[in-house]
Design a protein around this ligand. Sequence first.
Ligand code: SAM
Length: 379
Amino acid sequence: MAHFFAPCPRGLETLLADELKTAGARETRGVPGGVAFTGDWASCYRANLHSRLATRILWRIAEAPYGREEDIYRLAFSQPWETHFDVACTFRVQTTAQRSPLKSVDFVTLRVKDALCDRFRRQCGERPDVDTRAPDVRVQVFLTARECALYLDTSGAPLWQRGLRHANVGAPLKENLAAGILRLSGWRPGTPLVDPMCGSGTFLLEAACMALSRPPGLERTRFGFEALKTYQREVWQSIRHEALGAVQETRFLKLWASDKDKSAVRATRQNLRAAGLEGAAEVTERDFFDLAAPAETGILIANPPYGERMGELDRLAEDYPKMSQVLKRQFPGWRAFFLTADTRFPRLLRLKPSRKIPLMNGPLECRLYEIALVAGSNR
Ligand SMILES: C[S@@+](CC[C@H](N)C(=O)[O-])C[C@H]1O[C@@H](n2cnc3c(N)ncnc32)[C@H](O)[C@@H]1O
């Protein structure tokens, strides 16, 4: 059994723990910003391939208390790096710290890099090269006030990079946050889903992939675990093969996306087409104020602009009350979800949210507001 840690956007830890259990993880333990778990390599490979919520899967190779930089050097030097990866692999060290008393995170990174190279030199007579852009192996150092943990990244590039979103407009959501919001909404394949402010179409792409059992890691050509000496090629190939066999043919999935901006509509269509998902969804150029419900009931999910630009906040304050009119008239019986950093949102919308879920969108503190549009109420 190995020890792993899967970071995720804050607010999705419980859902991620469920997802990891499905992948075979044991002893899952959520902490703010991620889930620790134990498991075998098959569960690590499955988590990398199937997790829609994790940002990466890190293999914890060491953990110890520290006081000074030299304690971290010694901990890193004592690791059998040469049994983890070949000296011909390139590597990179990154450090993140929470309440660490040490002055420089960069200096910690440098000392861990030195320790790793010194260890290789002593054991193999040579050292691996550093590549900060596209390394074969990523070493992650995590410092709390008193503990230092060393991880090897089994993912490589972050898992939210699905390789599906080629065209971007505005401020697209990270795919794992969009997938998490779909899960939080309780949306299930088959339920009508509307995104009336679709931007690059992230919600739709995630929903379509969920509905067709397309694993988020299917397009990825290389995972970090392939560079490690623990790599079990046959285990990985059979997991991937099994996942491929479960993927369903594209069909109309009762997904509707629209945006008032032409370039957003173009981007969403282009992304769907590139992913082979054209026909799974209907995409139209339309203002929110001209919306009509495409079905009796369903889920509406939107990520309105945050009003970060000058003047936009005032315009949004005018738009919100009008939006509630559209929701009440056109969507009785639906449930609506809005992700926004604008705390004025529910007050200005004049509809009482039945749920308010805090979520981090990168560094931006957001809320997901759920509004139940029960026919005849909220009026
Ligand atoms: C923050 S972006 C959405 C990003 C999207 N969730 C993604 O991941 O790509 C907000 C979008 O709302 C659209 N929008 C703003 N006001 C609108 C309105 N009145 N009707 C329809 N779309 C609108 C903008 O054109 C923009 O594409």
